[in-house]
Design a protein around this ligand. Structure first.
Ligand code: T5A
Length: 220
């Protein structure tokens, strides 16, 4: 059985990392006979993480959007070839924090690189791999910012890009979800964590069941 490839997308502070951790715990508790690979982009291999370092450290306007698109695609190819595809071929469930949709939004919709060019880079970097399911965590960018400020860490970089940038990111994700409704499912991520988790788990549970993964009965 080929595994399942699930990606999480959304703006900064939308809760992707938190929901992925919660989903991981749920799968470990409730799924029978599975192997799980939780990973992220940019990154996921030592070399791809090194490219992440180039992209995300230092000045926020260091790279041209085209350079960013090529760097994320280069890191993605390493990640796909060395981590994601081998795991899927072994029947594993792969959960990835950001994937191709982020490139189409940050470097494409916002950065101005054409969809055609990015589709070409996807072809080169992904070997035809497309997620089985993408969960888009949608939240107002000011709410996302407030969360990252409260958490601490990357909020300086987030704030520096400005409100208009983050609003455009949100609009880009929403437009892409409309174009691909069978793959991308939007979840209202402005609600409390437990409500968002309930939706995430319910959607993933349905997909796992449809693909033959066994879910334990609630009272076992
Ligand atoms: N990028 C990436 C590109 O430009 N092109 C690409 O192709 C790719 C793949 C990645 C950057 O790279 C760019 C996009 C990004 O700018 P990153 O640091 O990995 O940088 O940024 P994010 O992925 O956005 O990570 P964040 O940590 O900022 O956001 P998350 O993971 O969505 O949010 P999370 O889970 O860490 O939550 C943030 C805080 O909010 C709280 C959490 O507890 C946490 O404290 N929270 C909630 N609080 C209340 N209610 C809820 N529902 C909450 N959900 C979370």
């Amino acid at each position: 059985m080929r595994g399942l490839f699930i990606t999480f997308e959304g703006g900064e502070g939308s809760g992707k990392t938190t929901q992925i951790q919660r989903l991981k715990i749920w799968i470990e508790k409730n799924c029978e006979k599975f192997s799980l690979c939780v990973t992220r982009e940019p990154g996921g291999t030592d070399d791809a993480e090194a490219i992440r370092g180039l992209l995300l450290t230092g000045s926020i306007q260091k790279w041209q959007p085209a350079t960013e698109a090529m760097l994320v695609s280069a890191s993605r190819h390493e990640h796909v070839v060395h981590v994601i595809q081998p795991a899927l071929q072994r029947g594993h469930i792969v959960i990835c924090d950001r994937f191709i949709d982020s490139t189409h939004i940050y470097q494409g919709f916002v950065g101005g690189i054409s969809g055609e060019v990015l589709d070409g880079l996807d072809k080169l970097s992904c070997n035809g791999l497309v997620p089985d399911l993408t969960l888009l965590l949608d939240v107002d960018s000011n709410v996302g910012l407030a969360r990252t400020v409260e958490r601490g860490g990357s909020e300086g970089r987030f704030e520096a890009k400005g409100e208009a940038f983050h609003q455009k990111v949100r609009q880009g994700f929403l437009a892409r979800a409309k174009k691909e409704p069978n793959r991308i499912i939007k979840i209202d991520a402005a609600r409390p964590l437990d409500d968002v988790s309930r939706d995430v788990i319910s959607i993933v549970k349905e997909l796992l069941t449809a693909h033959g993964f066994k879910i334990k009965e609630p009272n076992r």
